[in-house]
Design a binder for this molecule. Structure first.
Ligand code: C2O
Ligand code: CU
Length: 483
């Protein structure tokens, strides 16, 4: 069995219920490969489970959140070139998988139930063998009932370090996530139809690394690196910095020639769920502060303050990271595709006719890890929800190692952060002309905007979806089959 998964009877029945559709997904046989000589391997376990965590404050009731290894926003930090061998142990009472977001890897470890692996049932395990060849700021999360599981906190940070990076005097990782909580600390519904069909169902309790705000320090005159991750299910944020000139040095982990945040529209980087940035800045004089915030709403969320303390002497700032070693598409020879993000038409909005608590209905929905209603689609088609039970044909079939230019057009009234698994793509252009050319794994496409990306296709079935988790689970997902 692929990757050493334990397939319970329930998962087996679920797979059988998929019927002919399941046959569309090629069976993935894991080939035992001898690791190349001298590739350092890091072996660890990632155990999902529940825990109590005080999100509302020390003297307020705790919340029953989900986390890996009992550490909210746990950070794995490994040197580039490591092979990560992570045994996932599912301690939740629902099926789950792990997706290492943004990492280029063999398809069989991509963590998408029904597409690349069976759903891992409660008590089950699965070994992920992940090559960490690209340095950068990444994260990992489940790929089933993500609205529920990631919404309850199940995310971890993966930093792949590059010894060739410039030296910084301080570095901070800032993981941003909102929570939907009632006064007593319990979770409110993580998805509501009005949110799922529009901008998403927002949480009102905002957090950075699980607390309301961080007070940090860094040496006066020193250089600071900030790795900022939007791990929220829904919220789009405008990240800005006051008190120092911040340089954008990486997007989704991948280096770009440093760009001053001030030179970008509104002096911020607009970041949808799943997107990450690395910023570099020089601290001001002793006692002065630098504030980092989300400036998108009138009510600014200042999530971190850096106070300058002590003093270091630094020369001229030199923040450029080593150039990313990502295969670049041949833009002249590239095959073109165009995909349109749409609101599902009324006739396409299908509700599940079996009551959702019917065991059969539940098994079907669980095995596809989707919701019961379709609100969204890509090119007039929607990922199955409700009564459509089989894995649909791919959105496109591509050739391995060939170059592709893909246009993503947004015909809806809402922005969508669109993610392609298993690749780093180049963002070539935006019809609104608001983006520098850069590498990414997720790109935010504004209403009415068309963004063009390019990549060299890697073999496998790779899902392509909106990372507003409710949008993904209500239809805005498909996949590319690369053969
Ligand atoms: Cu964070 Cu399917 O992705
Ligand atoms: Cu979306």
């Amino acid at each position: 069995m692929s990757g050493g998964a334990t397939l319970s009877r329930r998962a087996f029945l679920g797979a059988a219920a998929l019927g002919a559709g399941a046959a569309l997904a090629p069976s993935r046989v894991s080939v035992a490969r001898t690791p190349a000589a001298f590739v350092p391997t890091k072996t660890l376990t990632l155990a999902s489970g529940e825990m109590d965590f005080r999100l509302l404050g020390a003297d307020r009731p705790a919340t029953r959140i989900y986390a890996y290894d009992g550490i909210p926003f746990q950070e794995l930090r490994l040197p580039r070139g490591t092979r990560l061998e992570a045994t996932f142990e599912n301690g939740l009472d629902e099926g789950s998988t792990v997706h290492f977001h943004g990492i280029r890897m063999p398809n069989e470890y991509d963590g998408v139930p029904t597409i690349t692996q069976p759903l891992i049932q409660p008590g089950g395990r699965f070994v992920y063998r992940i090559p960490l060849d690209d340095p950068g700021t990444f994260f990992f999360h489940p790929h089933c009932d993500e609205t529920g599981q990631a919404g309850r906190g199940l995310v971890g940070v993966l930093v792949v370090e590059d010894p060739r990076d410039p030296t910084f005097d301080a570095e901070h990782v800032l993981s941003l996530k909102d929570w939907r909580l009632a006064q007593d600390g319990s979770f409110l519904d993580l998805s509501e139809p009005d949110g799922a069909s529009k901008a998403g169902t927002f949480g009102a309790t905002r957090s950075v690394n699980g607390v309301a705000a961080l007070e940090l320090s860094a040496p006066a005159g020193g250089d600071v690196r900030l790795r900022i991750l939007n791990v929220d299910s829904t919220r789009i944020m405008d990240i800005g910095v006051e008190g120092a000139e911040a340089m954008l040095i990486a997007v989704d982990g991948h280096a770009l020639p440093p760009v001053s945040l001030d030179s970008l529209p509104d002096g911020v980087w607009r970041m949808g769920p799943a997107q990450r940035i690395d910023l570099a800045l020089r601290m001001p004089a002793d006692g002065s502060t630098v504030t980092i915030g989300d400036y998108r709403a009138a009510d600014i969320y200042s999530f971190a303050t850096l106070t300058a303390q002590g003093r270091v002497k630094r020369g001229k700032p030199a923040y450029a990271l080593p150039k990313a070693a990502i295969p670049r598409a041949d833009l002249k020879k590239a095959t073109r595709h165009s995909f349109t993000l749409q609101q599902a038409t009324d006739s396409a909005v299908k509700e599940l006719s079996l009551p959702p608590d019917d065991p059969l209905a539940k098994a079907l929905l669980d095995s596809l890890c989707v919701g019961s209603t379709t609100y969204w689609g890509i090119n007039q088609d929607s990922w199955p929800t409700g009564e459509r039970r089989s894995v649909p044909p791919p959105l496109a079939t591509m050739r391995a190692d060939a170059s592709y230019r893909v246009e993503i057009k947004n015909e809806t009234r809402f922005p969508h952060p669109v993610h392609l698994h298993g690749h780093a793509f180049e963002v070539l252009s935006s019809s609104l002309d608001r983006l520098p050319r850069h590498l990414a794994d997720t790109v935010l496409v504004q209403p009415g905007e068309a963004v063009e990306i390019a990549f060299v296709a890697a073999p496998g079935d790779w899902v392509f979806h909106c990372h507003i988790l409710e949008h993904m689970e209500t239809g805005m997902m498909g996949y590319f089959r690369v053969v």
